[in-house]
Design a protein around this ligand. Structure first.
Ligand code: NAD
Ligand code: UFG
Length: 338
């Protein structure tokens, strides 16, 4: 297939672009580079031995989208482009709603004009809000994400359901990611957060690399095994593989399909620290501080639907996630800036 990957220079997009190329698909990446580097795409080309057609631009630019769709025959779109910093979304909700919601609708409009109806959307477990039981299956009610970023994901999901209901040509996958971490085993592509990391494993990695003094553990009074927050961490290479499986499935299934992409197993913050220390031999100094506003106690996936319908299971362990993250960090101490 000829696949347009929006946000393909970013963390998950670059790993998925590589998986697409390795599976024999052709890839055009549209990215405005607000949170990424073209070096990632050069490395994807080097790893796959195949070219990426890169367009530097914005999903909000409908003229550019029309040009992309009219200049080549695109079969499907994997839509990763978006802003994702939860705290920033509370400070700048308009920016998030315009970029993530208006951007997605602009993209859908251009797809419809070009008769391209296969779409895989990067959603998030955040759309489930604060469920009362675990694990979370796809038929759980959505609602009440705790921040504008989460609401932008839920809004796009709702819009896509209406769009698909109005026209049976649409084939849409909503992929609800749990907590993507890790890096490609080559150490050539990985997560490259700018500034102070928001997420746990990038923060642990910076502490291990000596760039930050200690990790702040946000609360140890949650109702979990050791009191710290529990999440379902999933290796980014498994996540990328899940996209390929979803893409292959939706091209034969009109309508909207929803799949959780997680491992189905929760790890607490303290368990993640121990796993990192055991896998890498690095000591992670930490201090327990107050809970972070908006955090939930625990969140992990019921993976049955993805297993049965996509034939997909996450294969990589938490130890693999730690080893691959640490290899990426050691090889690229300044991210893609070296
Ligand atoms: P990322 O920031 O590394 O990648 C997103 C990419 O989109 C970046 O390269 C950025 O430059 C690009 N982009 C942003 N706005 C754009 C626009 N208007 N036009 C063109 N390009 C634009 O983030 P990621 O971790 O790879 O996440 C990819 C997607 O998955 C996002 O939609 C994110 O919300 C979603 N998601 C991520 C996580 C996570 O923890 N990483 C969890 C759930 C969902
Ligand atoms: N945590 C710390 N210290 C840190 C960072 C995180 O203790 O410095 C804890 C958090 O409190 C939480 C766990 O580590 O218990 C994981 O936190 P992350 O920030 O890594 O991930 P979240 O689960 O909060 O959020 C992630 C994505 C969101 C997405 C959400 C969906 O960042 O985009 O998963 O589940 F919406």
């Amino acid at each position: 297939m000829n696949v347009l990957v929006t946000g393909g220079a970013g963390y998950i997009g670059s790993h998925t672009a590589l998986a697409l190329l390795e599976a024999g698909h052709s890839v055009t990446v549209l990215d405005n580079l607000t949170n990424s580097s073209t070096v990632a795409l050069q490395r994807v080309e080097a790893l796959s031995g195949r070219p990426v057609n890169f367009v530097n631009g914005d999903i909000l630019d409908s003229t550019l989208l029309d040009t992309i769709f009219s200049s080549q025959s695109i079969d499907a779109v994997l839509h990763f482009a978006g802003l994702k910093a939860v705290g920033e979304s509370a400070a700048e909700p308009l920016t998030y709603f315009i970029n993530n919601v208006t951007g997605s609708l602009t993209l859908c409009n251009a797809m419809k004009k070009a008769n391209v109806f296969n779409l895989v959307f990067s959603s998030s477990a955040t759309v489930y809000g604060e469920p009362t039981s675990m694990p979370i299956s796809e038929d759980f009610e959505t609602g009440a994400p705790t921040n504008p970023y989460g609401r932008s994901k839920l809004m796009v999901e709702e819009c896509l359901k209406d769009i698909a209901a109005s026209d049976s040509r649409w084939c849409i996958a909503l992929l609800r990611y749990f907590n993507p971490v890790g890096a490609h085993s080559s150490g050539m592509i990985g997560e490259n957060p700018s500034g102070l990391p928001n997420n746990l494993l990038p923060f642990i990695s910076k502490v291990a690399a000596g760039k930050l003094k200690e990790l702040c553990v946000f609360g140890d009074d949650y109702p979990t095994v050791d009191g710290t927050g529990m999440r379902d961490y999933i290796h980014v290479v498994d996540l990328a593989d899940g996209h390929l499986k979803a893409l292959n499935r939706i091209v034969k299934s009109p309508g909207v399909s929803v799949w959780n992409l997680g491992r189905g197993e929760g790890y607490t913050v303290l368990q993640m620290i121990s796993a990192f220390e055991n896998a890498t031999g690095c000591k992670i100094p930490y201090r327990v501080v107050a809970r972070r506003s908006g955090d939930i106690a625990e969140c992990w996936a019921d993976t049955y639907k993805a297993q049965v319908e996509l034939g997909w299971t996450a294969l990589r362990t938490v130890e693999d996630m730690m080893i691959d993250t640490w290899r990426w960090i050691r090889k690229n101490p300044d991210g893609y800036k070296n």
